[in-house]
Write a protein that binds this ligand. Structure first.
Ligand code: AMP
Length: 398
């Protein structure tokens, strides 16, 4: 079965066409600056990529262009749209309604719309992607895969905030988490790699990229995660602050004369590695600057690793131990130095990084020593495959 996976952002639209049974990506690409005059599409098959400057006034036009390039032109991947069997959509916020992926119908669309209050940019974008597919491929089965659904297993003591209970009742203010598809994938792959049942393991999963989140997965059940009502909470990230004293928000609003939207923007887009280093949200640039003696870059690096270290401690306490710590995403998969800093000093907890293994690049791998009580794994994430697989399974069950 060929599944078209769509990940629609407010001004971008990423896609992959996946042959699920063979786990092969037939085509992939991204529409960027959708709605702007300088919009363009990057579309590729295998190693071959083309970049087309093309007007895309909205997501509907973007999907139209993607489909055109899938069936025609130099990088065509299929002969006709009939070869697309189903479509899987990434949706950020599934709220309390969705604890798993679902086939999309009118009721699901209405719920995603209702939940847009909790994730305005993301859910509205997903809806634009869904509506565009409905328009261009009417009748094609579609599935919504939610970033939050994996964490619906958290107990109330983990997902509630200690604020007046009425606010939870009135606005559904609670922790939902995010990156769930990635955490679910690496937890499953980690168990398979270790040749164990997921239900027998205590795992800490770490998605460390531009966005960062960690989860405690106790015997196959997600019991806690670092992102909150929104993806702003938890770890320090590329441009997001992660957990800070909430009093800072009102302080900067008062002292800098910021509106709520401006404060939100500052904490989401101007903080994290970028805010502290003043250089970049990209860890590679921050690392280069710190190695050249830039003090704030070094501080940013230290804070980032310390923030991960603290969550490792928390989740060991929450689960009463850990069997394996699993790292993924741009930083987790690639940054040897950050991994060294995260795990330095954790030997008393039975966590020992192997310096040589830590230098090896690529693929699923162990980077702890043979005598480390806790296994440290690197597992490259594949959220698109998970979305395609969920879509495949739900369409088959129909
Ligand atoms: P992601 O959001 O998963 O694409 O991850 C992006 C982050 O991964 C950026 O901060 C990059 O600097 C970082 N990253 C990617 N490759 C490397 C690398 N080889 N070394 C250090 N950081 C990297």
């Amino acid at each position: 079965m060929n599944v078209l996976v769509i990940n629609a952002g407010s001004s971008s639209l990423k896609y992959q066409l996946i042959w699920v049974e063979q786990q092969i990506v037939l085509a992939r690409g991204i529409c960027e600056r959708v709605g702007a005059p300088d919009a363009f599409l990057k579309h590729g098959i295998a190693q071959n990529e083309v970049v087309l400057d093309a007007p895309m006034k909205d997501h509907d036009a973007a999907i139209g262009l993607v489909l055109e390039n899938l069936v025609s032109g130099p990088n065509k991947a299929i002969d006709s749209l009939d070869e697309i069997d189903a479509i899987g959509h990434r949706v950020v916020q599934g709220g309390k309604y969705f604890d798993r992926s679902v086939l999309i119908d009118d009721e699901v669309i209405a719920k995603i719309d209702e939940l847009a209050e909790l994730a305005p940019l993301h859910n509205k974008a997903a809806l634009m992607g869904i509506n565009a597919c409905l328009h261009h491929m009417p009748g094609k089965p579609m599935v919504a895969v939610f970033d939050t659904s994996y964490f619906q297993t958290m107990p109330p003591k983990a997902y509630m905030y200690p604020i007046p209970y009425e606010l939870y009742e009135k606005y559904s203010l609670r922790k939902y988490g995010a990156h769930g598809t990635s955490h679910r994938y690496i937890a499953e792959r980690a168990a398979a790699f270790l040749d164990e049942d997921l239900e027998d393991l205590k795992l800490i999963t770490c998605h460390l990229g531009n966005g960062c989140s960690m989860s405690a997965i106790d015997h196959g059940v997600a019991v806690d995660t670092s992102m909150g009502l929104t993806p702003l909470d938890g770890l320090m990230m590329g441009t997001r602050c992660g957990g800070i004293d909430p009093a800072i928000v009102t302080f900067i609003m008062d002292h800098e004369g910021l509106t709520a939207a401006e404060a939100n923007d500052l904490l989401n887009k101007k903080s994290g590695l970028l805010g502290i280093s003043g250089i970049s949200n990209d860890l590679r640039s921050v690392r280069d600057a710190s190695e050249a003696g830039h003090e704030r870059a070094q501080l940013a690096y230290d804070m980032y690793s310390n923030s991960v270290k603290k969550y490792i401690g928390q989740y060991i306490a929450v689960m009463g131990g850990v069997d394996a710590i699993v790292l993924t995403a741009g930083v987790g998969e690639n940054c040897e130095k950050m991994r060294r800093m995260i795990f330095s000093g954790l030997q008393p907890l039975g966590i020992v990084l192997d310096r040589e293994r830590n230098r090896v690049r690529g693929g699923e791998r162990v980077i702890s020593t043979d005598n480390s009580e806790v296994v440290i794994l690197v597992i490259p994430t594949d959220e698109e495959y998970m979305i395609a697989r969920d879509t495949f399974e739900l369409v088959h069950e129909q």
